[in-house]
Design a protein around this ligand. Sequence first.
Ligand SMILES: [Zn+2]
Length: 123
Amino acid sequence: MVIEILLGPKGKAPFLLRDDDTNFFTATNMLDCVYSNAWKRRFKVSLSVISFQKSIDDILVPPSERKTGRSYSIIGNNQLIEFIKKKLSNELIEILRHGFSHTIINRKGEFADSFLPYILIYG
Ligand SMILES: [Zn+2]
């Protein structure tokens, strides 16, 4: 991937690098492979993290772990947690919340029906 800065009229170009679905199964070498050039240039990547990945039938879960009924806490992946801590301390990433388990309920994402109560309770 080639990343180049496109400058606006004032010589600046704000943009966001967001990567969804970081979870227990995310390989740190994959993140390094995708973002190493961006990090060399001090671009910050927003990792959208799933805290407690459910074993759904989706590409972000390895085939052998799909539909098992299990859940996987991201803190169970020590290599990933240490990677995240290091990148955070170097200000090369920020963490966004991407749901809790990434499950689909009634053909909707996990927050589709609960968005309003979430705002009322926490907002
Ligand atoms: Zn997602």
